[in-house]
Structures are given as structure tokens and as C-alpha cells.
Design a protein around this ligand. Structure first.
Ligand SMILES: *[C@@H]1O[C@H](CO)[C@@H](O)[C@H](O)[C@H]1NC(C)=O
Ligand SMILES: *[C@@H]1O[C@H](CO)[C@@H](O)[C@H](O)[C@H]1NC(C)=O
Ligand SMILES: *[C@@H]1O[C@H](CO)[C@@H](O)[C@H](O)[C@H]1NC(C)=O
Ligand SMILES: *[C@@H]1O[C@H](CO)[C@@H](O)[C@H](O)[C@H]1NC(C)=O
Ligand SMILES: *[C@@H]1O[C@H](CO)[C@@H](O)[C@H](O)[C@H]1NC(C)=O
Ligand SMILES: *[C@@H]1O[C@H](CO)[C@@H](O)[C@H](O)[C@H]1NC(C)=O
Ligand SMILES: *[C@@H]1O[C@H](CO)[C@@H](O)[C@H](O)[C@H]1NC(C)=O
Ligand SMILES: *[C@@H]1O[C@H](CO)[C@@H](O)[C@H](O)[C@H]1NC(C)=O
Ligand SMILES: *[C@@H]1O[C@H](CO)[C@@H](O)[C@H](O)[C@H]1NC(C)=O
Length: 673
């Protein structure tokens, strides 16, 4: 005891002087509205401060990165003893995905050596790039809120919180959530990309050498952190560091927002109250029209009702029958005469081409002057029409930049007219095959491929139902005026509830793009779309149709030909000669190999659309070794065997089969039993 006392006595003033001389720095943004913001925050990339006081790091455009850092660096450690200081931060964030459940990539609270990061978007979250990831001289500490699972960085899932030190391979990570207070270790999951405001607390204790991360959907901080990592941050921080946020998007995109932020070195960050922060504008309510209607006087209502009745009666008399289910249909209903006028009375001059179900005309609507494509479908049975209409009702609500938008429809007597966005450059096959006037370069082709893949991912995962397109091929990909690829012709699409099993249907599609299991199972699945995507990738890269009957010297089945060249180590032999060898070899290799993997005979060997998109976006490496795409041996006799198995199973079954020939000329029925 007597020995210790003097020691303690000398320590006390030391402790006091240490704590009193420790620098503190504070940041407090309860919303981002103060007039001094521009001097305090440096915004780069897509980051901007909105008029409503919300810091928006990215919008939902692809491949963006946005940064917001305090303009001046803060002293993060003691230069003489090299120890990092404690710090604490709390902020409110919201991630709004482009499509429900389909967004990316994520947001990170970031402490970095520079506020001008030379980083990449996508899985790099705007904080690191491919050359400096994992380098100990990066001096980068971040807490990531990641909504995409990247295998390259060993992500645990697509909704996690992770502590990143000089790498995106998180040192520690856990599914996003919080522990409910007072009930032991009961965890409540939190969906990061729900669009809801999430409050985050991050603390570093320099004595305990502990980083805690806590999240919550309310202003009250749960007492247990979701993530607690024992780590001394001193070696990873320089004396002066910049602090702020980074977010990025890839093929999958979300808007990333920070609604308020507070930060403090050597102390507890000032608390934020969710109710006093700016809030994201809610999407407009759907029933406003109805509310307005109710407030209108009843006299007007009766008159309106009467005139509607008269109108409907006149319509019925005109044999332009409106049925209940037609009135509920989403997209706009067009007037027959308007469409007739728009297309010059469906004149041959306005004819754009023949689709699977009928003729397509170019039209110009009088009032809006917009150009449209009008498809005239002829239908036979009432049942078929009803089915078709109910599909239009759902498909009309699909919205994606890589899908041809259905604007509306019209039905009159034997005619069913569908009105679509007009695609100035027509269908892709014209640019690929035969003798195209304009040869698409590789960059344009790759852009089209990525677009179609992202449109398909939306159909499979991004909509309230699973949509299987069933007829993915170059002639169903249309190009807008900027040569962006848009998937069209939903005439064969099937919708299923998520989690349900697709039922058996007629086998339809186009020979050469039809997955071999289809005739056997009769079930169109997302995996059979992936098969068709594989054939599509190969045709775009090779400039050749999947089945070419009049190539004498070569293998007639494209997949078999590519596989053959691949096994001979001469894969680049298959590349479209019209590209004049002007392409990036790694990109070409990716597309060709992915084409082979997707069009594997065995559905289990194919990736799903999300994986395919990930490969295309460079987020995951393709497997080194490819499985043979044919189940049976013997390359070369491939097509015969395929066709035989196709034909025999066709005749074995009692349902009817039909397909379009590969030039897209009409749907030929092989057999109807
Ligand atoms: C840094 O550490 C040295 C040695 O431990 C100490 O004397 C000094 O007061 C510390 N400075 C700060 C700012 O904490
Ligand atoms: C902005 O910077 C000034 C001067 O550096 C500081 O006084 C002020 O508190 C800062 N504002 C915020 C919101 O952090
Ligand atoms: C904020 O900006 C105003 C005007 O630009 C200036 O007068 C004031 O000193 C600034 N305040 C701080 C804390 O920097
Ligand atoms: C999204 O942000 C980018 C970069 O700031 C900008 O170029 C683009 O116009 C924005 N898109 C939308 C739809 O606001
Ligand atoms: C990667 O980041 C480092 C450090 O910020 C930078 O020096 C380098 O130029 C970047 N590399 C690329 C390819 O952007
Ligand atoms: C890490 O980065 C430093 C500085 O940027 C560089 O000199 C060094 O070669 C890099 N180390 C590795 C392993 O890439
Ligand atoms: C990421 O971590 C895993 C396991 O911790 C390791 O196998 C892998 O090599 C790491 N990858 C990178 C890029 O650091
Ligand atoms: C919470 O998330 C985990 C991991 O994603 C999952 O295994 C678990 O079933 C989820 N729990 C609830 C109640 O949804
Ligand atoms: C971090 O969390 C642990 C519990 O896991 C707690 O004991 C500790 O006090 C927390 N530290 C800070 C700085 O909040």
C-alpha cells in the first residue's frame, strides 16, 4: 500500500491533464439546412443537398458514387503516443431501392485519409478501388450498410452491417437488426432497403479498444449493440482524418439518403430525434382521385353516373363491349378511332413488322404528338382473350428502363390493339444478322446485353409477381434512339406468385432458345429464361443465330459450335467478324463463357438471373472450369439429338406445342392433340 500511494498520486494529475488536453471536435446536422453547409461539407460525385434539408448521396441511376465529407480533417489520434481517440457518431439514413426489393449497393460511414476518394461504385461502395482494396496503407475505416451480397468480399447476405478496415471484406459483419430491450437476446430484423428511416449509433472506445454499432427504427437507442468488435483502431488511422459518408449503385440501384448526423471526438455525439429531422417525401397516395370525387355534390354525381351509363350503353350498342374486368385494367384505354387515325388507318406504309401475335404499326398520337407502336392482335376464342387481357393488366404495370413500356390498349370487335413506346431503332436482330447496314460496336452490344439482363432480373425478382418472359431473343429486343436495349413482346409471358410453383403450360417459345427440359416438364421457369439469355448472349457476341441451317462448314447449333471452340482453346474464333477484332478480350470472354454457362442443358447448372447480372457487372468471378453444356457426350451431333428429343417428347404429350421459327415469322403450330 505505501508503495502504491505515491505512484497513484503522481498519476492523478497526469490523468486529469490528459483528459483536459484531449481535443474535441463536434459535428451536428439535425437535417442539412444551415447556411454554412457548403463551407462545412464537401460533396463529390452524385451527392447533393436537397432543398428539404436531406443529404442525398446517390439517386437510383446505375453506377453512381456519392461522397459527403467534412471539409476539414479532424485530429483522430495523439501523434506522440500514437493512440487513436475515442469517438462517437449517430446518424439517420434511408435507402430507397429502384424497385421494391431490388436495389443496391449500399452506404458507408467512412473515416478516410482523403476526402477526394479515387474509388469505384458498385460493390466498392465508393470507398476503395480494385487496386487499393486490402492495402494496409489505405488508412480507411468504415461501417457499411450493404444491400447486395458480393461473393468477392465474402458478404454474408444482401442486408448486413459490417465493419470494414482497409478492405470491403468486412472484419466483422452481421445481418441488419437490433436487440429488443428487456427480453434477452431477441433480435428484430431490419430491412436496410425498406425506405424507412434507420437511426445508427457507432462508438469507438479507445480504452476498451471496442467498436460498437447499433441500429434502430426509433429514436431510442437499444442498449445492446448489434455488432461489437474488439479492435485497436490506432494502426489504421492517421493523425488527421476526414469523416463522412459514401454510397454507391451498380446495375442494381437505390437512392441513399442521410437525414441528420452528429459526430464527436472524445465524447458522446449529440442525440438526434427522428421526429425533428426532415423526412423523405412519401410516394403519392393512390386514392386521391376518389377522395376528390366524394366531395363533389351528389347532383353532379348522379349526372355523371347517368352519362356514364348512356356512354356505356352506346358503346355496347357499338359492339365495343366493355366488361368489368376490362375497366379495372391498369394501362390507359385508347379510343379505336384515335389509333386508327394515328396509324393512317393501319396502312401498309405505317407497318413496322410482324410480331408473334400480329402486325405492328407506327403511329403518332394527335394530342400528345408522341410516337407509338400499335400492335394489332387477332384473337379467336373468348377464353384466350380473357387470359390475354388479364396478363396485360399485370404486365401494363411493369416499369423498367429495359422493358418496352405498354402504354395502353383498345379492344373493338375482333381487334385487340396494344400501344407501346415507339423504339426508333427497331429490333436488335436487324443489326446482328444478315447484312446489317450499321454494325453495332462491342461497347453498344455489351450495353444492350447488360440492359436486357437487368430487365430480366426485374421480371424475375423485382415485381410483385414472378414474370417469366418465355421468348427472350434478339428479335424481341428493341433499340431506342440511343441504342439502349429494351425487352419487348410479352405476348407469351407468364406470371406466378413468388414462392409458388409454376404450373404446366403449353410449350411455347422459339426453337434454339428453348431450354431442353421444357418439352419434358412443360413448366416455363425463370431458369428457362436464363437458358434463352445464354443463347442471346452468344448470338450478340457471335453475330449468328442460335440455329443456322445454311452454314455448311460450321456446326449448325451455335451453342455447340462455341463449346467446341472453347474446348479447343480457340474461343475468340467465334466472335462476330464484323467487330473487326475491336473489343476488350476480358469482356468478350465473360459474355461467351456466361452464354455457355446459362445455356447449359441442366437447369441446376445454370445461374439464376441475379447471379448472371452479378457476373456481368464484374461483382463475381465466373467459375474457372465450365461444365459441358450438353448432358450427353458427343459434340457435333448435338442438334440432332436435341431436336429428336424435342420432337419425340412433343408427340408423347397430350398438350399442344407451338413455336415461332427463328426469323420470328409467325407462330407455327407443330402439333395440337
Ligand atoms: C498524447 O500522449 C502524450 C503521451 O502519452 C501525452 O503527454 C499528451 O498529453 C497526449 N496528447 C493528447 C492531445 O492527448
Ligand atoms: C461549420 O463550421 C463552423 C466553423 O468551422 C462551425 O462553427 C460550425 O459549428 C459548423 N457547423 C456545423 C453544422 O457543424
Ligand atoms: C455562417 O455563415 C454566415 C454568413 O455566410 C457567417 O456570417 C457566419 O459567421 C457563419 N457561421 C459560422 C459558424 O461559420
Ligand atoms: C442522378 O444523378 C446523376 C449524377 O448526379 C445525374 O447525372 C442524373 O441526372 C440523376 N438522375 C436523376 C433521374 O435524377
Ligand atoms: C485507387 O485508390 C488509390 C488511393 O486513393 C489511388 O492512388 C489510385 O489512383 C486509385 N486507382 C485507380 C485505378 O483509381
Ligand atoms: C499499397 O499501397 C502503397 C501506396 O499506395 C503501394 O506503394 C504498395 O505497393 C501497395 N501494396 C500492395 C500490396 O499493393
Ligand atoms: C476475404 O476474407 C476471406 C476469409 O476471411 C478470405 O478467404 C479472402 O481471401 C478475403 N478476400 C479479400 C479480397 O481480401
Ligand atoms: C432474420 O434474418 C435472419 C438472417 O437473414 C433469418 O435467418 C431469420 O429467419 C430472420 N428472422 C425473422 C424473424 O425474419
Ligand atoms: C459496447 O457494447 C458493449 C456491450 O456489447 C458495452 O458493454 C459497452 O459499454 C459498449 N461500449 C460503448 C462505447 O458503447
Amino acid at each position: 500500500m505505501p508503495y502504491f500511494l505515491p505512484v497513484l498520486l503522481t498519476l492523478i494529475p497526469l490523468l486529469i491533464s490528459t483528459s483536459s488536453s484531449q481535443p474535441t471536435a463536434t459535428v451536428f446536422f439535425p437535417g442539412f439546412k444551415s447556411p454554412n453547409l457548403s463551407t462545412n461539407l464537401t460533396l463529390t460525385g452524385s451527392a447533393e443537398i436537397q432543398a428539404n434539408g436531406i443529404l442525398k448521396l446517390t439517386n437510383d441511376t446505375g453506377r453512381l458514387q456519392g461522397h459527403a465529407f467534412c471539409s476539414s480533417p479532424f485530429r483522430f489520434k495523439n501523434s506522440s503516443n500514437g493512440q487513436a481517440f475515442s469517438f462517437s457518431t449517430t446518424f439517420a439514413m434511408a435507402i430507397v431501392p429502384e424497385y421494391p426489393k431490388l436495389g443496391g449497393h449500399g452506404l458507408a460511414f467512412t473515416i478516410a485519409a482523403s476526402k477526394d476518394l479515387k474509388a469505384l461504385p458498385r460493390q466498392y461502395l465508393g470507398i476503395l478501388n480494385a487496386t487499393n482494396v486490402g492495402n494496409s496503407s489505405d488508412y480507411l475505416v468504415a461501417v457499411e450498410f450493404d444491400t447486395v451480397q458480393d461473393f468477392e468480399f465474402q458478404d454474408i447476405n444482401d442486408n448486413h452491417v459490417g465493419i470494414d478496415i482497409n478492405s470491403l471484406n468486412s472484419t466483422a459483419s452481421l445481418p441488419a437488426g437490433y436487440y429488443i430491450d428487456g427480453v434477452g437476446l431477441v433480435k428484430q430484423n431490419v430491412s436496410l432497403q425498406s425506405g424507412e428511416t434507420i437511426l445508427v449509433w457507432i462508438e469507438y472506445d479507445s480504452v476498451e479498444k471496442l467498436v460498437n454499432v447499433t441500429i434502430s427504427l426509433s429514436s431510442k437507442k437499444p442498449s445492446l449493440p448489434i455488432l461489437s468488435l474488439k479492435v485497436d483502431l490506432s494502426p489504421f488511422l492517421q493523425e488527421f482524418m476526414y469523416v463522412g459518408f459514401s454510397a454507391s449503385t451498380g446495375l442494381l440501384a437505390s437512392s441513399h439518403y442521410i437525414l441528420g448526423w452528429s459526430f464527436k471526438i472524445n465524447g458522446e455525439a449529440q442525440a438526434l430525434d427522428l421526429s425533428s429531422l426532415p423526412s423523405l417525401p412519401r410516394p403519392p397516395e393512390k386514392h386521391t382521385a376518389l377522395t376528390v370525387g366524394v366531395s363533389v355534390s351528389s347532383v353532379v354525381l348522379v349526372i355523371t353516373a347517368l352519362s356514364v351509363a348512356v356512354y356505356i350503353f352506346m358503346k355496347i350498342k357499338n359492339a365495343d363491349v366493355i366488361e368489368d374486368w376490362e375497366l379495372e385494367i391498369g394501362p390507359q384505354r385508347y379510343d379505336y378511332h384515335e389509333l386508327k387515325r394515328a396509324t393512317n388507318g393501319f396502312s401498309d406504309k405505317a407497318l413496322l413488322g410482324h410480331g408473334g401475335f400480329g402486325k405492328v404499326y407506327k403511329g403518332k398520337l394527335k394530342d400528345s404528338k408522341t410516337q407509338v407502336a400499335v400492335k394489332r392482335v387477332s384473337h379467336e376464342s373468348k377464353q384466350g382473350l380473357r387470359e390475354f387481357m388479364s396478363e396485360i393488366a399485370s404486365i401494363g404495370r411493369l416499369r423498367h428502363r429495359n422493358l418496352v413500356q405498354l402504354l395502353g390498349w383498345c379492344r373493338r370487335r375482333g381487334d385487340l390493339l396494344l400501344v407501346y413506346d415507339y423504339m426508333a431503332n427497331g429490333s436488335l436482330d436487324k443489326f446482328l444478322f444478315d447484312d446489317p447496314k450499321i454494325v453495332l460496336n462491342w461497347e453498344q452490344r455489351l450495353n444492350i446485353i447488360k440492359g436486357v439482363a437487368s430487365g430480366l432480373l426485374y421480371l424475375h425478382e423485382g415485381y410483385e409477381q414472378i414474370v417469366v418472359h418465355r421468348d427472350v431473343k434478339a428479335s424481341n429486343v428493341l433499340l431506342d434512339d440511343e441504342l439502349n436495349g429494351k425487352l419487348g413482346d410479352f405476348g407469351l409471358a407468364k406470371l406466378y406468385e413468388h414462392g409458388s410453383n409454376p404450373g404446366t403450360t403449353r410449350v411455347v417459345g422459339t426453337l434454339g432458345y428453348l431450354a431442353p427440359e421444357l418439352p419434358k416438364t412443360g413448366k416455363a421457369t425463370t431458369s428457362s429464361d436464363v437458358y434463352a439469355l445464354g443463347a442471346f448472349l452468344l448470338e450478340v457476341a457471335c453475330g449468328r443465330r442460335p440455329i443456322e441451317s445454311n452454314v455448311s462448314q460450321e456446326e449448325p447449333v451455335l451453342i455447340d459450335w462455341v463449346w467446341e471452340k472453347f474446348t479447343q482453346g480457340r474461343l475468340f474464333d467465334v466472335v462476330d467478324i464484323r467487330l473487326n477484332d475491336k473489343y476488350k478480350e476480358d469482356e468478350m470472354l465473360l459474355v461467351l463463357k456466361l452464354g455457355l454457362i446459362c445455356s447449359n442443358d441442366a437447369p441446376m447448372a445454370r445461374p439464376n438471373m441475379r447471379q448472371a447480372v452479378r457476373y456481368l457487372d464484374g461483382e463475381a468471378e465466373l467459375p474457372e472450369v465450365l461444365k459441358p453444356s450438353r448432358i450427353y457426350e458427343g459434340v457435333g451431333e448435338g442438334f440432332d439429338t436435341f431436336l429428336h428429343s424435342f420432337m419425340s417428347s412433343t408427340f408423347d404429350n397430350t398438350s399442344s406445342y407451338s413455336f415461332t421459327d427463328q426469323n420470328g415469322n409467325g407462330r407455327t403450330s407443330i402439333v395440337s392433340l
